[in-house]
Design a protein around this ligand. Structure first.
Ligand code: IPM
Ligand code: MG
Length: 378
């Protein structure tokens, strides 16, 4: 029996999560797995009605669970950043989910934007560091001649008391943001990338940085990458600047097997990864703490304009469900969901609007669940 926190969130979140849950429950029935779902209403509505974001009491309950299945947060009625920071990023940071694993895999039957590349060419893992870099949210906007910031940055690996002092000749208006990478924080995620490549028999790990300009922070990252690479002589390791990587992911996606990246470049490049696999609705994501509670979500946001239309693509959320079962150790059920998704896409009869069809979110979820049921019986 697994205890799973369910956070559908905002916008299309509840619609896609409901299809994901349906497919997971079908797999559970077929493979004799039991899940106890604990649903939490966090998101824009709860914030506006009750001024509640993610209370510590809920966080301590969730800390005891086996996983989190998450939709999306973000609401046009709420100032951008509040829900993202205080719910999604708070979960990632306080549960120390330092690895963000985002498979980039074009499934058969899905036409990517690169029509001459097929599903054989687009199949790699993108691993994004998930707690540091510019995401430490340390900074301010100010106007004046003097400014001081005192900020306590708490992470699982360290606590830093950060003091920043500006003294200006004349009054100015500034916004600034501090980026930070720790050696330990870089080490643990890069190590994960190499060990994933090793386990899956993938002979190449690539990294992304901007060490030619932001040489301190990303210089450290690159140094740690090279150190760990030397422990894996059988795996070839190469470094790219982020701008070049953006180009290569489009021109030569077949080059890549595992890419490991600092947080912000990873955020940007995984949207690019999503479009390579047919669209943002196709892409799944796992926020992993190998020793703690991990969280599984589609990489798309809440898409408020699509809310309640029932037309969004639930495949990313369903594949995130497969990743969750895989991490729980339910390999068979997880592979079965992936196979059911592939089979529906390959057949091509049921397609949501983004895939060029007319089917609803529900129809897509139902047909995947249906195939899953018949698969196990044969
Ligand atoms: C993602 C999203 C989030 C991020 C936002 C919603 C905070 O873009 O999961 O990629 O920037 O990490
Ligand atoms: Mg993103």
């Amino acid at each position: 029996m697994y205890d799973i926190a369910l956070i559908p969130g905002d916008g299309v979140g509840p619609e896609v999560v409901s299809e994901g849950k349906k497919v997971i429950m079908t797999a559970c029935q077929e493979y004799g797995i039991r899940i106890n779902w604990h649903e939490y209403p966090f998101g824009g509505e709860t914030y506006l009605q009750k001024n509640i974001l993610l209370p510590d009491s809920a966080l301590s309950e969730i800390k005891e669970m086996d996983g989190i299945y998450f939709g999306a947060v973000g609401d046009p009625r709420v100032k951008p950043g509040i829900l993202e920071r205080e719910i999604l990023l708070k979960l990632r940071f306080s549960l120390d989910q330092y690895i963000n694993l985002r498979p980039v895999k074009l499934l058969p039957g899905v036409e990517g934007p690169l029509r001459n590349k097929t599903y054989k060419d687009i199949d790699f893992y993108f691993i994004r560091e998930n707690t540091e870099d510019f995401y430490i949210a340390t900074g301010a906007t100010f106007k004046g001649r003097n400014h001081q910031l005192n900020h306590i940055l708490k992470r699982n690996l360290f606590q830093a008391n950060i003091e920043i002092n500006f003294q200006l000749e004349k009054e100015e208006e500034f916004g600034y943001q501090l980026g930070l990478l720790s050696r330990k924080g870089s080490d643990r995620v890069i190590r994960y990338a190499f060990s994933l490549a090793d386990t899956k028999g993938l002979a190449r790990v690539s990294t992304v940085d901007k060490a030619n300009v932001l040489s301190e922070m990303y210089g450290l990252w690159r140094e740690v990458f090279k150190e760990i690479a030397s422990e894996y002589p059988a795996i070839s390791a190469d470094c790219y600047y982020v701008d070049a990587m953006a180009m290569l992911m489009v021109s030569n996606p077949e080059k890549f097997k595992v890419i490991v990246s600092p947080n912000m470049f990873g955020d940007i490049l995984t949207d690019l990864g999503a479009i390579l696999q047919g669209g943002i609705g196709m892409a799944a994501s796992a926020n992993i703490n190998p020793e703690g509670v991990s969280m599984f979500e589609p990489i798309h946001g809440s898409a408020p304009d699509l809310k309640n239309k029932g037309i969004s693509n639930p495949v990313g959320t369903i594949l995130a469900g497969a990743m969750m079962l895989d991490f729980l150790g339910e390999k068979e059920a997880s592979s079965a969901i992936e196979a059911a998704v592939s089979s529906v896409l390959k057949e091509g009869k049921v397609r949501t609007k983004d895939l060029g069809g007319n089917n609803s979110t529900k129809e897509m979820g139902n047909s995947i669940a249906h195939i899953l049921q018949n698969m196990n019986r044969n």
